[in-house]
Write a protein that binds this ligand. Structure first.
Ligand SMILES: Nc1ncnc2c1ncn2[C@@H]1O[C@H](COP(=O)(O)OP(=O)(O)O)[C@@H](O)[C@H]1O
Ligand SMILES: [Mg+2]
Length: 358
């Protein structure tokens, strides 16, 4: 069989840019090379697109951006008759067909349906959730509303646009305290990696937390603080998805903030999660229910809080951290699907999904 050409998209104009370059370098190093030819396409923090022909080791910490001899201005064409990328080379414009795209992009401008919309226009198969589901999972207010509608338990929550809040801050503050009670988690509706999230224990902190969240998005989500283990479930598949055995995060800080996720390196990770066999199964069922309710396909990591018999949905990450030591790949490795095989399956799922849509 001929090798297929897979485009790995990395970086992005997102607060999670640096996480993406690490995830992408892992994917590139582990993709089965007997089956796939790789094209690397980077998006800078400013949003500029380049084909990158240099060393994959230069992806983390954005060293690839300085490797200018190996950068070619290029972009994914929305035109299905092109079916791939257009490069602007010294000798003119060059087009290359692409069989599938793996957007290894986290957060805004990549995990949020924008790139997925472009790929839908281009009619190129791509790994992961479609435009609608990516956008719904990126926005915590929409995720929560759809989860409520599907009867999936979660923390009590409220949401305000910046316009609503500014028109009567006192009313919003009173409403939050009355409905949620302190401490309150305040999050930008669309962010990730805990950027812009704070926990408020009094009205001053709450007002500050609104400002911090608005600095990241024009809509915020507020939630009552729930207790319990942070349990994460990896789901894989299209119409008939499977869930790996859930894992657990034990944050080293008061909550799982950016520092705890990427800097301190002392958060605990347990596979399986430290809950009963019965609860592990229930989390898997709930994860698949949430995955379907949000219209996910390909992959997602569905995160919960588990307290005794109670399982509360926290959020769905449609492009979860994907280094070989990230939770999602580790969970499937524990359930018998190794990292390289996982990448292979994700690409096959992308192609199958495209074929089933025709
Ligand atoms: N309602 C809540 N109650 C208690 N802790 C929470 C709540 N919401 C979030 N957290 C804590 O904040 C972290 C980040 O919140 P999350 O909604 O997962 O945002 P992100 O998309 O940035 O990962 C969680 O992993 C958890 O530690
Ligand atoms: Mg999270």
């Amino acid at each position: 069989m001929d090798k297929q050409t897979v485009l790995i998209l990395f970086g992005g104009k997102s607060s999670e840019h640096d996480v993406s370059t690490v995830s992408a370098s892992s994917v590139i190093k582990n993709i089965p090379q007997d089956k796939y030819d790789i094209i690397k396409m980077g998006i800078t923090k400013e949003g500029a697109w380049y084909r990158y022909n240099g060393d994959v080791e230069l992806l983390p910490e954005d060293k690839w951006v300085e490797d200018t001899a190996n950068l070619v201005p290029a972009f994914l064409s929305p035109d299905p008759t092109v079916g791939g990328i257009i490069e602007i080379t010294d000798s003119g414009v060059k087009t290359t067909k692409i069989d599938a795209v793996f957007p290894v992009l986290h957060g805004k401008n990549g995990e949020d349906g924008t790139v997925q919309g472009l790929l839908q226009l281009a009619e190129i198969p791509y790994v992961g959730c479609d435009m609608t589901s990516s956008a719904a999972c990126m926005d915590k207010a929409i995720t929560n509303a759809l989860a409520d509608q599907a009867g999936i338990a979660q923390a009590k929550w409220l949401s305000y646009t910046e316009h609503e809040y500014r028109s009567n801050p006192q009313k919003a503050l009173d409403e939050c305290v009355e409905k949620l009670g302190y401490p309150i988690f305040v999050k930008p509706a669309k962010a990730g990696s805990s950027v812009g999230i704070s926990k408020a224990s009094n009205v001053h902190e709450l007002a500050d937390a609104f400002e911090t969240a608005f600095a990241n998005d024009s809509k915020v989500v507020l939630e009552e603080t729930v207790t319990g283990a942070e349990v994460e479930c990896a789901v894989l598949g299209n119409a008939d998805p499977i869930a790996a055995t859930p894992g657990e995060i034990a944050p080293c800080n008061e909550f799982y903030d950016y520092e705890a996720k990427y800097i301190a390196g002392t958060s605990g990770l347990f596979i399986p999660a430290r809950i009963s066999e019965d609860m592990l199964k229930k989390v898997q069922q709930q994860a698949i229910k949430a995955y379907k309710a949000l219209g996910c396909s390909g992959l997602s990591r569905v995160d919960f809080f588990v307290n005794g018999e109670e399982i509360l949905l926290n959020e769905i990450n449609t492009i979860p951290g994907f280094t070989s030591i990230s939770m999602y790949p580790k969970l499937f490795a524990h359930s018998g699907i190794e990292y390289s095989d996982l990448i292979d399956r994700l690409i096959k799922l992308a192609i199958e999904k495209k074929e089933s849509e025709q």
